[in-house]
Write a protein that binds this ligand. Structure first.
Ligand code: AMP
Ligand code: MG
Length: 278
């Protein structure tokens, strides 16, 4: 991993020690070239994921307001087949959702084999905003880390590959982006008093994210922090995480497809022989 930061399971690395401004020493032009190259690799791997249909891919995207969750999703959609990819935004839970366990509304959107799901926010909100804004008692959210790990293990055991990324911006960058939204009419729809209110809890969110990394970054489903002050670097680092997650399966998918091709060809040949058709 060159650009994204993999949070070691049980590690002590903290969000406040990671520079959101970091750009891997690359210029914008260099990053653009690398992004194009990585994008082609991801597109190729996504096609194989679909063709082999042996695994599904779940991409969890978290980050503070304005961190670029919508932006990275738009970007990723450029590399995947729209028929097999779904974007799932998680908003404030509805009343029926609140009357179930917190994973009820999430599990139903887990991707089927061959498919990709991009989660814009996720089950992690239930230990982020819920914890920071004290929406349920501590005794309730405290148990959720274990529930989340068990849930993700269930998905992993069912051949779902999981990429979890936190888009990391600085407080100054957030301010700039919020003010930008006020200046640009086409961004007016994004204006939200709630974003300024959440900003007041900056440090509590930092602490809540650190707890997520400490308890829910696992060997099989690690958390990645993506320095996101520079959008061009964010895109590169996010693609890197996805490529790194899919790449180890490439040869097995290719092998499966080649066996499948051989089996189907001989079936077709046998049919042609029997029916004397060409
Ligand atoms: P946005 O992503 O900007 O459309 O906003 C969605 C809002 O829903 C954010 O303020 C989230 O914090 C909030 N949200 C998402 N999931 C939950 C949850 N489980 N509990 C409470 N609020 C949530
Ligand atoms: Mg928002």
């Amino acid at each position: 991993m060159e650009y994204a930061i993999r949070m070691k399971p049980g590690g002590s690395r903290r969000l406040e020690d990671i520079d959101p401004d970091s750009h891997g020493g690359l210029s914008r032009e260099e990053a653009a070239r690398l992004t194009e190259h990585l994008g082609e690799r991801v597109a190729d791997l996504a096609d194989l994921l679909f063709a082999a249909s042996k695994h599904s891919l779940l991409v969890v995207i978290q980050g503070r307001d304005t961190a670029g969750k919508d932006g990275i999703i738009r970007r990723l959609l450029g590399y995947v087949n729209a028929q097999s990819c779904r974007v799932v935004p998680f908003k404030t839970p509805t009343t029926p959702e609140l009357e179930h366990d917190f994973l009820w509304r999430v599990h139903v959107h887990a991707p089927a084999r061959g498919d990709i799901a991009l989660f814009n926010r996720s089950h992690y909100e239930d230990v982020l905003v819920v914890r920071v804004r004290k929406l349920v008692p501590k005794a309730v959210w405290e148990r959720r880390y274990d529930h989340i790990n068990a849930f993700e293990n269930l998905l992993l055991d069912s051949d779902t590959l999981i990429v979890k990324m936190m888009l990391h911006i600085s407080k100054d960058e957030q301010k700039e982006r919020l003010l930008d939204r006020e200046r640009e009419p086409e961004k007016a729809w994004k204006l939200n008093l709630g974003d300024w209110k959440e900003r007041e809890y900056w440090d509590s969110y930092t602490e809540a994210y650190n707890e997520v990394f400490r308890r829910c970054s696992t060997e099989r489903a690690p958390w990645y922090v993506i320095p996101s002050n520079h959008k061009w670097f964010r895109d590169l680092a996010a693609l890197e995480c996805i490529a790194a997650t899919l790449e180890p399966h490439r040869s097995a998918w290719m092998e499966y497809l080649s066996d499948l091709g051989a089996a189907r060809r001989s079936e077709i040949e046998a049919f042609r022989d029997a029916h004397r058709t060409v």
